[in-house]
Design a protein around this ligand. Structure first.
Ligand code: BDR
Ligand code: CA
Length: 315
């Protein structure tokens, strides 16, 4: 039986790719997409999620809008310079015939969790505000999470938005601390494994050639490719969110070690840093599985093959 899956997301270019990967994967059954502030404003991430699902012919998957801001301190900075003003590069996808779910994301999420016949995998690939709200408001529903796969943080790589902090944690450090201390079975997929996992031009060209859905996915990625080239002098697309989804789809893709992790929630230069205690394997009930090793070539091949297959089947 396919594992029930919810994606909590802020599309976002790599979020869009991650959603397509989930739709291309028979191991999981995508029951709900919840949206959150992050790369762009909430209204835009919600609209983008609807449009990406529609692109793949899956406007039947409900989309529920969640938190429009972080829990404690307002964080108005977005990442339009990375993802384009609309969050999907310069690409304007066709509007979905579906409207957003009228319920707030935490309500939809709780209902999906409580109704599921099996433990649900939740992949949170934007700031973790919605997950923190779920833990606080529906703890009985949160107990139905079989695996929480979080994209965010960094153990040894420093940050990508400040010297210390990775974007998803930096965007809501208090939520991140709440989520990482929850005791829900968690895999933390941070920059240590995502930064080496880069989709190059050849991989993009393969799914671009497989059909219009693949070509559109490639067009969305172009903004990311251009930003990496002009800002960092690097080529290709770092697969942050898609790698987290790969771990959600195929548990054990990443090599993990159980570690204690706390988040810097001070207002100083370290705000948003994930402090991963790598001195020892932890037996604490609130420790999380920190992804430390990855076969990046295999992960990229997995993604390209799945998006190719999705594009072919969509025609
Ligand atoms: C994370 O930040 C966002 O910009 C990406 O979508 C990803 O979720 C990487 O730090
Ligand atoms: Ca994201």
């Amino acid at each position: 039986m396919a594992t029930p899956l919810v994606i909590d997301t802020d599309p976002g270019i790599d979020d869009a790719l991650a959603i397509l990967l989930a739709l291309a994967s028979p191991e999981v059954d995508l029951r709900l997409v919840t949206t959150v502030h992050g790369n762009v404003e909430l209204a835009q991430t919600t609209d983008n999620a609807l449009r990406v699902l529609h692109l793949a012919g899956r406007s039947d998957v409900p989309v529920a809008a969640g938190a429009r801001d972080s829990l404690v301190y307002r964080q108005p900075e977005r990442a339009g310079h990375v993802h384009g003003e609309t969050g999907l590069g310069g690409v304007r996808l066709a509007a979905s015939p579906a409207a957003p779910d009228p319920r707030p994301a935490v309500v939809s999420l709780a209902e999906v969790l409580l109704a599921a016949e099996a433990p649900v995998t939740v992949a949170a690939i934007g700031p973790w505000t919605n997950v923190a709200l779920l833990l606080a408001t529906y703890p009985e529903a949160a107990e139905r999470i079989g695996r929480l796969v979080l994209m965010g943080g960094s153990a040894a790589r420093g940050g990508n938005v400040t010297a210390a902090a990775e974007f998803n944690v930096w965007a809501d450090p208090e939520a991140a601390q709440r989520v990482l201390g929850s005791g829900v079975p968690t895999v933390l997929v941070g920059l240590d494994v995502t930064l080496p996992t880069v989709l190059d031009d050849d991989g993009i060209a393969r799914f671009a050639a497989a059909g219009p859905v693949g070509a559109t996915a490639a067009a969305i990625l172009q903004q990311y490719v251009d930003h990496a080239r002009t800002s960092y002098g690097t080529s290709g697309v770092v697969l942050h969110d898609a790698l987290a989804l790969t771990e959600a789809i195929v548990p054990g893709t990443l090599g993990t070690v159980r570690r204690d992790v706390v988040v810097d929630t001070t207002l100083g230069a370290g705000r948003g840093q994930t402090l991963v205690d790598r001195r020892a394997v932890s037996d604490s009930p609130t420790a999380v599985e920190v992804a430390e090793t990855v076969d990046s070539a295999a992960a990229v091949e997995f993604l390209v093959g799945r998006i190719e297959a999705l594009a072919r089947s969509a025609g």
